[in-house]
Design a protein around this ligand. Structure first.
Ligand code: GLY
Length: 289
């Protein structure tokens, strides 16, 4: 591992709202743009006032979970048995510490539970165990169902929006990655998403990543952990992402990822036609729309 920086670092925050098979329809474009801009700006304010990468990544993910246009928290896709099960993960790059929540029902912000678990001896919890700890710790519960998702389910239609996530670099040079998802939609109950695994969410001292797309393929490719290892082995964030996505395209995988390095360099790539992402560099906001 490289030595920690002592100089003050310019914070950066990158977020995503999922990889997609197509661009959002013209009437949705403005809504997505406005929401992405509002969310990246609100969460960046934490970094701007000296807050930690973990606080900013969690805040951005909570905001994405709370907005029903994204497939995480409220507005998540419905599984084959009519239930919504939520998964989320947080990785503290400085401490090299991962925590995850698998298939919990009715929790307002699964990422808040992942954050709480990050300091515990049992750091990944599933289903009823996760819900029971969330209740014990006083986390909020709320129905994640929306009219749109119920209609999709009734028509057995595939929902368009994907997983959400955020990677933050704070003024002390620390990186955190957070990801949250309602899953693929219409999956068998008990199916485990890539999100609460190191394939779907990973960070170390040099880079943080959050993935979106078909979970099985993200796991097959070990996406986030692979890119992070390549950066550890000496590639730049951009080179590691380019190499990995070249290979992924050859395999005809359907997924995307955002990556943010300790030097503030960032990358957003997808093998799908479109991915919704936004970055705040402290000087400007850039959005993929
Ligand atoms: N990437 C989300 C999922 O496949 O569950």
């Amino acid at each position: 591992m490289a030595k920690k920086m002592s100089r003050k670092v310019q914070p950066v925050l990158i977020i995503h709202g999922g990889a997609r098979a197509s661009f959002p329809k013209a009437q949705m474009e403005g809504l997505f743009r406005d929401q992405m801009e509002a969310i990246v700006t609100e969460a960046y304010a934490i970094l701007g006032s000296g807050g930690s990468a973990i606080e900013a990544a969690v805040k951005a993910t909570e905001l994405l979970e709370d907005h029903p246009i994204f497939n995480a928290g409220r507005g998540s896709k419905i599984q084959a048995d009519g239930k919504i099960r939520l998964s989320a993960a947080l990785m503290d790059g400085e401490k090299l510490r991962f925590s995850g929540v698998f298939n919990v029902q009715g929790l307002k912000n699964p990422i808040a539970l992942a954050q709480r678990l990050n300091n515990e001896s049992s750091r990944s919890l599933s289903d009823r165990g996760a819900a029971s700890k969330a209740r014990e710790w006083g986390l909020k519960f709320r129905s994640p169902y929306t009219k749109g998702r119920l209609e999709e389910y009734r028509l057995e239609k595939k929902g368009k929006t994907g997983t959400v996530g955020a990677v933050a670099l704070d003024s002390k040079g620390r990186i955190a990655a957070a990801t949250s998802t309602g899953g693929r939609g219409m999956e068998w109950p008990g199916r485990v998403s890539d999100t609460p695994t190191v394939a779907g969410n990973y960070a170390n001292e040099l880079v943080g990543l959050s993935a979106t797309g078909i979970g099985e393929q993200i796991v097959d490719f070990a996406l986030c952990a692979k890119v992070a290892t390549r950066v550890e082995d000496g590639l730049s964030v951009k080179e590691a992402m380019q190499k990995s996505f070249r290979e992924a395209r050859k395999q005809k995988f359907h997924f995307g990822a955002i990556a943010l390095g300790r030097d503030g360099s960032f990358s957003a790539m997808t093998t799908t036609p479109f991915m919704l992402w936004a970055v705040h560099t402290g000087k400007a906001v850039k959005i993929s729309l």
